[in-house]
Design a protein around this ligand. Structure first.
Ligand SMILES: [Zn+2]
Length: 111
């Protein structure tokens, strides 16, 4: 199954299969991150910098700031949502649940 993933409008939207799927201006709760000094960062997304597919996950790096301490920058890779294996439908993760950014060190998922 082919999934096409882009960012649109200067990073304001994540587009999956040509439909606008995830907007910025959402608060993401980040844990075990090195974005800033906060144990849990309340990260306000301002723009998608890079997006990609690690099947069935859609991942991205997001520019924005921590509203707790004010640090700004770009996150490591976050899982933004998942594509259903059955229907090909995209489901966004819940931004306000806890997310752990990952440095991407692998080329493919061995599973
Ligand atoms: Zn912070």
């Amino acid at each position: 199954m082919v999934v096409s993933v882009h960012q649109l409008d200067d990073g304001a939207w994540l587009s999956v299969n040509d439909s606008r799927s995830v907007p910025v201006s959402q608060l993401w709760l980040l844990a075990r991150h090195d974005f800033c000094g906060c144990e849990q960062a309340d990260f306000l997304a301002e723009g998608f910098v890079e997006v990609g597919v690690d099947w069935p996950d859609i991942e991205g790096r997001i520019a924005g700031q921590c509203v707790v301490c004010g640090a700004s920058g770009v996150t490591d890779w976050l899982t933004l949502g998942r594509v259903s294996r059955e229907t090909g439908e995209f489901r966004q993760v819940v931004p306000s649940s806890v997310h752990v950014p990952e440095r991407r060190t692998r080329l493919a998922n061995p599973e």
